[in-house]
Every structure is written in C-alpha cells, then in structure tokens.
Design a protein around this ligand. Structure first.
Ligand code: ZN
Length: 70
C-alpha cells in the first residue's frame, strides 16, 4: 500500500492514481497529448489540482479536437 493519497479529479470527483505524485518515471497522462488549456468551466480548485482523471482528460481532449475541427 502506498502512503500517497489518491488524486481526486476536480471535475468529477473520481479518485485515480497520478504517476507523478507516486514517484513513477512517467504518468499515464504522459502518453496523452497535453491540453492546450484548462477548460474555462472548471473552477479555481483546478489551480491546486492540475491533474484530471483519465476519463475527464479524454473528454477534454475530444472536446478540443472537435473545437479545432469545427
Ligand atoms: Zn474526472
């Protein structure tokens, strides 16, 4: 068991494991393209918690791709 608490997604409240916070060489998120910006509808809490859970990160990436294609 790790002493590192689970990261909580600021978007949906899901708990997930952040590789960076757990000392991994690379977080799972490193295999995904970086978001160009944190979506505006997230609130200030995100400033302190910059990680999103895998599900939300995928959602934001899809939304960005859709916006770019529009
Ligand atoms: Zn989430």
């Amino acid at each position: 068991m790790s002493a590192v608490p689970a990261t909580v997604c600021p978007q949906c409240g899901a708990q997930f494991r952040c590789g960076m916070a757990n000392g991994d060489k690379e977080c799972w998120c490193a295999s995904l393209p970086a978001l160009s910006q944190i979506p505006a509808k997230t609130d200030g809490d995100l400033a302190a918690a910059t990680c999103l859970c895998p599900a939300c990160l995928q959602l934001w990436l899809a939304a960005e791709a859709a916006a770019r294609a529009a």
